[in-house]
Design a protein. Structure first.
Length: 260
C-alpha cells in the first residue's frame, strides 16, 4: 500500500480551504490549526459523497448553532457567496429556516454573519418576499400547512391541539416551508442540523426518515451528513445521529415508516 504524503495533504487542505472560504489559511501554529487544514478541509471537505452546496449549508447551520467563533461562520458565508454556491437571497431564507429549527437566537447568528459578509464584499441587498403580503383566511392557511406537512414529512400530522402544534401547521409548514426562496433539499440540511442539535429522538428520527423518503437525500449522503455535522457538534452528538441514520436507512430500504 502506498504511503500518504503529509506535504500533499497539507497542500490539498490549503487549496480546498481557499476554495471553501475564499481566503488562504494562515500557516498553522498549533495542532488545532493544523487539524483544520489537514483533516477538516483536506479530508472531510474533499470527500465526493456530498455536493459542495450541501456542505456549506450544514457547515453554516452547524457553526451558527454551536456558539463558536464568528470567524468560522463568516468564512463559510463568504465562501458560499463568492463561489456562487448560494445567493444572498438564499442565505436570508436559510437564516429564517435555521431560526425555526435551531431557535431564533441561533438564526440571528447566521443572519448577522450574512449581513456582515455581504456588506464587506459590497453586495446589494437581496429582494426577500414578505412572509404574507396580503390578508389571508386562517382556515386556508391551516389547510395549506397540513398539506405541506405531508409533502415534507411524507406522513400526515395530527390535528393541532396546542399553540405549539398550531404554530407548526400554520407558520412552519403553512408559510416557511412553502417559500420559494430556498429549495426543499437545501431546507432539509438546515432542518437536520437543528433537529440533531436538539437531541430530541422523535424530531431526529422523523426528519432523517423524511429526508430520505422524500427523495431529497440519499442514504449515502446521510452518512456524509453525520461526518460534516460532527465537525461542529462534536463526535459524541454525531454518534447518536449515526445510529439514527443507520436505523432509518434500514426502515427506508424495508419500506417502513419512521416509527414502524
Amino acid at each position: 500500500m502506498p504511503l500518504l504524503d503529509p506535504a500533499e495533504r497539507a497542500a490539498r487542505g490549503n487549496a480546498i480551504a481557499a476554495e471553501v472560504t475564499g481566503a488562504a489559511l494562515p500557516r498553522p501554529a498549533t495542532p488545532y490549526e493544523e487539524s483544520w487544514r489537514d483533516f477538516i478541509f483536506a479530508e472531510v471537505w474533499a470527500r465526493p459523497g456530498l455536493d459542495r452546496r450541501a456542505r456549506f449549508l450544514i457547515a453554516m447551520a452547524g457553526a451558527a448553532v454551536a456558539n463558536g467563533s464568528a470567524d468560522h461562520l463568516d468564512r463559510y458565508v463568504h465562501g458560499a457567496l463568492t463561489s456562487g454556491e448560494l445567493s444572498l437571497a438564499e442565505l436570508r431564507e436559510a437564516a429564517l429556516h435555521l431560526a425555526v429549527y435551531g431557535g431564533w437566537t441561533k438564526g440571528a447568528e447566521l443572519e448577522s454573519a450574512v449581513t456582515r459578509v455581504s456588506a464587506a464584499i459590497g453586495l446589494p441587498a437581496a429582494e426577500c418576499p414578505p412572509i404574507r403580503a396580503e390578508a389571508w383566511d386562517p382556515e386556508v392557511r391551516s389547510e395549506q400547512g397540513a398539506q405541506e406537512f405531508i409533502n415534507t414529512m411524507t406522513f400526515s400530522g395530527g390535528p393541532p391541539a396546542s399553540p405549539y402544534l398550531e404554530a407548526i401547521r400554520n407558520f412552519v409548514f403553512g408559510e416557511m416551508w412553502c417559500r420559494p426562496g430556498l429549495d426543499q433539499r437545501a431546507r432539509r440540511w438546515i432542518t437536520l442540523v437543528g433537529v440533531c442539535e436538539s437531541c430530541a429522538e422523535t424530531p431526529i428520527k422523523s426528519h432523517i426518515h423524511a429526508a430520505m423518503a422524500s427523495g431529497n437525500c440519499q442514504p449515502d449522503e446521510m452518512q456524509e451528513f453525520v461526518l460534516q455535522y460532527g465537525i461542529h457538534a462534536g463526535w459524541p452528538k454525531a454518534s447518536v445521529i449515526q445510529s439514527a441514520v443507520v436505523e432509518m436507512s434500514r426502515k427506508i430500504a424495508a419500506g417502513l415508516p419512521w416509527n414502524g
